[in-house]
Design a binder for this molecule. Structure first.
Ligand SMILES: CCCCC/C=C\C/C=C\CCCCCCCC(=O)SCCNC(=O)CCNC(=O)[C@H](O)C(C)(C)COP(=O)(O)OP(=O)(O)OC[C@H]1O[C@@H](n2cnc3c(N)ncnc32)[C@H](O)[C@@H]1OP(=O)(O)O
Ligand SMILES: CCCCCCCCCCCCCCCCCC(=O)OC[C@@H](O)COP(=O)(O)O
Length: 373
């Protein structure tokens, strides 16, 4: 996939970073915090990993659903990718266990965290800003409100310990944009469309991030406010501040791709040709059906990257947030708690009735939810 981006579509990637931080990239374990607005942002992430020699040890806190994507998901499972259900009560134990395992990782790794937890849509943004308002946090224009639990637990568990081989020394605050308001897609890449990615990376030593959970959460919210200001600058000027450095693309991804093409695709084509020449009508029909099913499968996999087919996570503010509110308000005022609990129950009901991944239908949940609130 990296070869497709770099060599097939010829997409260019420019890095904006402080030259003093540059020598550290690829030479230390790091936590990467990235904005989540584009369908191919993970692919651009991989490209940079490749250029700094850490592609094989690029890790991520990924949603569990991706573990079931054929080939890619299975590969991630074996690469010790950390999966989460995005339900903290269920994730807490497994995420901590996976992070503990990463501590023994023998090579330098980058652990990617999309703290927004889901990709940016107008609707998710609106809901998340309502949450921000309720929490008394400043509104963000270009980001969703970050979910702090995953970040804080990662910082806590990957923080330096003398007795382990892997010591995370920094957080890379990264912001990705595409030139000229391009909205790149995987299908675009497959069609050979060229994009231009700009990535801004700021290296923040891990020591400067508070260890305490609530202070760490405040720190992350502040970071996202700064990221938002940076995005504002980019949207006005069309570039990030500071010097640019473009690490050159390397031939390995292409060579790897060519190797597999020769080994697999060439004999496969020969086999198909032979089959069409000498096979029975039944064999030919079965083969055509199999090819059709395989192409549908690949199309489904590509669909996993499409934002308009994304999950409903972050669309259901009512449910998540009122749950949180119930526990918070309980201590203060039992009458309010009842109202909040009733509200939660009402919304849960609505979710059961209208539960769907489609944005339009989820709107119904939200409409009803906010009315009863
Ligand atoms: C430099 C180059 C880049 C290098 C690239 C390196 C590596 C590349 C490697 C691989 C690439 C592969 C790419 C694959 C991509 C796959 C990515 C994903 O799958 S992203 C989705 C999964 N990941 C995450 O969600 C991570 C972030 N989330 C978290 O950390 C969460 O905390 C969690 C651990 C998942 C737990 O989730 P939960 O929902 O239970 O979270 P929280 O408890 O944190 O949230 C509740 C909290 O949020 C408030 N709330 C409610 N509604 C909203 C809302 N709509 N918006 C914001 N906040 C909301 C709610 O009030 C609660 O608040 P509080 O805690 O105060 O009570
Ligand atoms: C030569 C022929 C080439 C054929 C190429 C076929 C390529 C098929 C590739 C399929 C790749 C599938 C990888 C899926 C990675 C998607 C990562 C992603 O962006 O996940 C989104 C989550 O973060 C958040 O999810 P949402 O809550 O927004 O929903």
């Amino acid at each position: 996939m990296v070869a497709l981006l770099e060599w097939w579509s010829g997409t260019e990637c420019t890095l904006y970073t402080d030259p003093a931080s540059y020598p550290f990239y690829g030479k230390e374990d790091a936590i990467v915090v990235l904005n989540h607005n584009f369908e191919i942002d993970f692919l651009c992430g991989w490209t940079f990993c490749e250029r700094f020699g850490v592609l094989g040890s690029s890790k991520v806190l990924a949603k569990k659903e991706l573990a079931y994507v054929p080939v890619i998901g299975w590969m991630w499972y074996f690469l010790e990718i950390v999966f989460c259900k995005r339900k903290w009560e269920e994730d807490q134990k497994t995420v901590v266990q996976s992070l503990q395992r990463l501590k023994d990782y023998p090579e330098n790794f980058w652990f990617l965290l999309y703290c927004e937890g889901t990709r940016f849509t107008q609707k998710k943004h609106k809901i998340s800003m309502e949450v921000a308002e309720r929490k008394g946090l400043p509104k963000l224009k270009y980001h969703l409100l970050p979910r702090t639990k995953g970040f804080c637990v990662t910082v806590q568990h990957l923080r330096g310990k003398v007795c382990v081989s892997s010591v995370v020394t920094a957080v890379y605050d990264s912001t990705l944009n595409f030139r000229n308001n391009q909205t790149p897609t995987l299908l675009g890449i497959l069609n050979g469309k060229k994009y231009h990615a700009d990535l801004y990376v700021r290296r923040i030593p891990l020591d400067s991030i508070p260890e305490n959970e609530s202070e760490c959460a405040i720190w992350l919210h502040k970071l996202y406010q700064e990221k938002d200001e940076l995005q504002e600058k980019y949207s006005v000027t069309g570039r990030f501040p500071g010097p640019t450095l473009s690490p050159p693309r390397r031939p390995w991804a292409l060579l790897n791709w060519l190797f597999w093409i020769c080994l697999l695709l060439f004999p496969l084509c020969l086999l198909l040709l032979q089959l069409f020449h000498s096979g029975s009508a039944f064999t030919i029909c079965t083969t055509v059906l199999l090819c059709f099913a395989a192409s549908l499968g690949v199309r489904w996999m590509i669909g996993q990257t499409e934002i308009n087919r994304g999950s409903s996570y972050g669309n259901k503010e009512g449910q998540l947030n009122n749950n949180a509110q119930v526990s918070k308000v309980t201590n203060k005022d039992s009458r309010t708690t009842k109202t909040s609990a009733a509200c939660t129950a009402g919304i849960k009901n609505n979710h059961e009735q209208f539960s769907t991944k489609q944005e339009g239908n989820t709107q119904l949940d939200q409409d009803t939810g906010s009315c009863s609130c």
